[in-house]
Design a binder for this molecule. Structure first.
Ligand code: F6P
Length: 320
C-alpha cells in the first residue's frame, strides 16, 4: 500500500476545496499514510513549498471558503522540464500518490505526472461545473447560491426603478451557472455560450412582457458571452427600458461552502484516498447519477458535457 501522499489545489479556487483537503488528509492519516500539503498548486512541487499535515492542520476549515493550501496556475509545470522537476520533488518527499483538486487544466498536469510514475487522482473543484465526466463539481452550489442572493438584491432596486438588470455571472466557456440561476431568479432571458442568441428576441420578449404590467427585468449573461455593458445599452436602445449591467465577478468564488459542497467534497476526498490505498492512479473522481465514480484521466478529458437544453426551454417558457 502507498505510504505517503500529497494534496494540492490548483486553478481557480472554489468553496468546498478546504472540505476536500480535510477529507483527504483525515482519511489518509486514518489509513496510516503520511500526508503532505503542497502550496499553490503545482508550484508547491516546483518551489519545494510543502508541509506535513496532521489531523489538526485541517481543523476548523470545513466551513471556510477559499483554499488553505493556496492555489495557482503554473506555466512552468506545463513544460517537460517542469514535470521532471516536480517528479524529483515527489521523490525527495517519498510522495507516491497525489490528490489534485481543480479543473481540467489541473487534470492535464496530473496525467503528465502519472505518466512519470506518480499515482495522481483528480477531484473536480471549480464553480463552473464544466467538467464533462462529472455531473457536479465542488463549489458549484455555493457559487449559485451567491448569485441568487445577489440577483434577488438587484431585483429589489430594478423593481423600484422599472429597470432591466443585465447580470454577468461566471462561466468562462460554460452557461451552467447562468442557466440554473436564471431559472431560480425568474430571469426574463438567459444568454449562454452553448446556444445562439438574438438580442432582438430578448427585446421583443421584454416589450411583450411590459404589456402585462411587469416593468422590471433580469437578463442573465454567462461570462463566456461577455459584453454585458454593451448588451445592456443595446437592450435599452431597442426597448426604451432603462438598463444597467452588473458583473458579479469573483464574489461568486468566495464564501462559506453550502451543505452540498461540504458533503460532496468530503465524499470525493475520501474516495480519492481509497483509490490511492489500492494503488490506483491516473484517475479523475466524478459524480454520475448521484454516485461517486472514477474515470481514466485521458478519457475524462476527452468527454463532452451536454448542455441542459430542456431546462433552457423551461426557463424561457415560464419566465416573462
Ligand atoms: O474557472 C473558474 C472561473 O471562476 C471562471 O468562471 C472564470 O472565468 C475564471 O475562473 C476566472 O479566473 P481568474 O480568477 O484567474 O480571473
Amino acid at each position: 500500500m502507498i505510504k505517503t501522499i500529497g494534496v494540492l489545489t490548483s486553478g481557480g479556487d472554489a468553496p468546498g476545496m478546504n472540505a476536500a483537503v480535510r477529507a483527504v488528509v483525515r482519511a489518509a492519516l486514518k489509513k496510516g499514510m503520511t500526508v503532505y500539503g503542497l502550496k499553490r498548486g503545482y508550484c508547491g512541487l516546483l518551489e519545494d513549498d510543502i508541509e506535513p499535515m496532521d489531523e489538526m492542520s485541517v481543523a476548523g476549515i470545513i466551513s471556510r471558503g477559499g483554499t488553505m493550501l493556496y492555489t495557482a496556475r503554473s506555466a512552468e509545470f506545463r513544460t517537460e522540464q517542469g514535470v521532471l522537476k516536480a517528479k524529483a520533488t515527489c521523490e525527495k518527499y517519498g510522495l507516491e500518490g497525489l490528490v489534485v483538486i481543480g479543473g481540467d487544466g489541473s487534470f492535464r498536469g496530473a496525467a503528465d505526472l502519472s505518466a512519470h510514475g506518480i499515482l495522481c487522482v483528480g477531484l473536480p473543484g471549480t464553480i463552473d461545473n464544466d467538467i464533462a465526466c462529472t455531473e457536479y463539481t465542488i463549489g458549484y452550489d455555493t457559487a449559485m447560491n451567491t448569485v441568487v442572493e445577489m440577483v434577488d438584491k438587484l431585483r429589489d432596486t430594478c423593481h423600484s426603478h422599472d429597470r432591466c438588470s443585465v447580470v454577468e455571472v461566471m462561466g468562462r466557456n460554460a452557461g451552467h451557472i447562468a442557466l440554473n440561476t436564471g431559472v431560480a431568479c425568474g430571469a426574463t432571458f438567459v444568454l449562454v455560450p452553448e446556444l445562439p442568441y438574438d438580442l432582438d428576441e430578448v427585446a421583443k420578449k421584454m416589450l411583450e412582457t411590459k404589456k402585462t404590467g411587469k416593468q422590471n427585468f433580469i437578463v442573465i449573461v454567462a461570462e463566456g458571452i461577455g459584453h454585458s455593458e454593451l448588451i445592456a445599452k443595446t437592450l435599452e436602445a431597442k426597448t426604451g427600458i432603462e438598463a444597467r449591467a452588473t458583473i458579479l465577478g469573483h464574489v461568486q468564488r468566495g464564501g462559506s461552502p453550502t451543505l452540498r459542497d461540504r458533503v460532496v467534497a468530503s465524499e470525493m476526498g475520501y474516495y480519492a484516498v481509497e483509490l490511492l490505498e489500492n494503488d490506483i492512479g491516473n484517475r479523475v473522481v466524478g459524480m454520475q447519477q448521484g454516485k461517486i465514480v472514477d474515470f481514466d484521466i485521458q478519457e475524462a478529458l476527452s468527454m463532452k458535457k451536454p448542455f441542459d437544453e430542456k431546462l433552457y426551454q423551461i426557463s424561457n417558457t415560464i419566465s416573462i
